[in-house]
Design a binder for this molecule. Structure first.
Ligand code: AMP
Length: 284
């Protein structure tokens, strides 16, 4: 496995860029089994001849709170060992001035509607998707992968990256990876390690709320049910919503829907989502 941190080093790796069959897994490190699922999927997609490239970069431009950025867990040595064990070919772990050279403008491009309209992550983390689009676009242009794997755990991000890639014709296939969960259902996240014992126990109410939503026949009832489950665990949600799975606009009849939750638990912001099928059953 090659570990590189500059553009020059990257260009000297076995990665061949456009047409070379690279599959990129963009991460912010602090690896957990959810990242392992992404890497395995990338390996499958890359086949025997393509390379799996994992980028590890805690992207300052996507944090809207400086304390969140400062406290974000970082452990590059452990992350590289993790990647090595999973058969990753190249780890690209650049410092901020390689991604954002002081003398070079790194453009964001035009943000797709799903990055600005839904009133979900876009409303609660202003500037977040501009930062995500900036860094993903930059990584795509530097690495020129054939495909890139993103987790369904960050559903709005997955839709935003897909819409941006389509709109700009970046020519990268976006491969979604299902959410990896702890035995009690909590979605795995680098942020889970910031939870104290009490908050960790309460956080299990988030997947329970998603499950409760699925037992409800209408979007309104599902929202009430989610808020109820969260409140009983002492969790106040930022949002608990049922939306069109693609656009994240209001629910459309006969279109796939998604239940999405964001909440602060013991001071740690957690997000999760799952398919919501009730609308299809009840014609909501
Ligand atoms: P992060 O390092 O948290 O920025 O995440 C890097 C990638 O891993 C993103 O595409 C996330 O959506 C994905 N990811 C994070 N948590 C999970 C999880 N529990 N299951 C699957 N993918 C995940």
């Amino acid at each position: 496995m090659q570990i590189v941190s500059t553009i020059e080093e990257l260009s000297q790796t076995d990665a061949q860029g456009a047409g070379g069959g690279e599959v990129l897994v963009p991460t912010m490190g602090a690896m957990h089994p959810g990242h392992a699922d992404l890497i395995r999927l990338a390996r499958e997609r890359a086949g025997a001849s393509g390379k799996v490239v994992v980028s590890i970069f805690v992207n300052p431009s996507q944090f809207n709170e400086s304390t969140d950025f400062e406290h974000y867990p970082r452990d590059l040595d452990a992350d590289c060992d993790f990647c090595q064990r999973l058969g990753v070919d190249i780890v690209f772990a650049p410092p901020p001035d390689v991604v954002y050279p002081p003398d070079e403008e790194v453009p964001v491009g035009e943000l797709p509607a799903v990055a600005t309209e839904p009133g979900l992550e876009d409303a609660y983390r202003p500037g977040h998707f501009a930062g995500v689009c900036r860094v993903v676009r930059r990584l795509f242009l530097l690495i020129k992968p054939e495909a890139a794997v993103f987790g369904e755990k960050d559903w709005q991000q997955l839709r935003v990256v897909g819409a941006m890639t389509d709109a700009e014709g970046l020519g990268v296939e976006i491969v979604p990876c299902p959410t990896a969960r702890e035995p009690d259902g909590l979605a795995m996240s680098s942020r889970n390690r910031l939870l104290n014992t009490e908050a960790r126990a309460a956080a299990a109410a988030i997947p329970q709320a998603l499950e409760a939503a699925n037992a409800c026949p209408t979007a309104v009832a599902a929202q009430v049910a989610m808020l109820g489950v969260l409140a009983r665990a002492g969790i106040e949600a930022e949002y608990a919503a049922i939306r069109d799975a693609e656009t994240l606009d209001e629910v459309q009849p006969d279109a796939p829907c998604r239940a999405l939750i964001a909440a602060r638990v013991g001071g740690v912001r957690l997000i999760d989502n799952g398919p919501w099928a009730a609308a299809l059953l009840a014609g909501d």
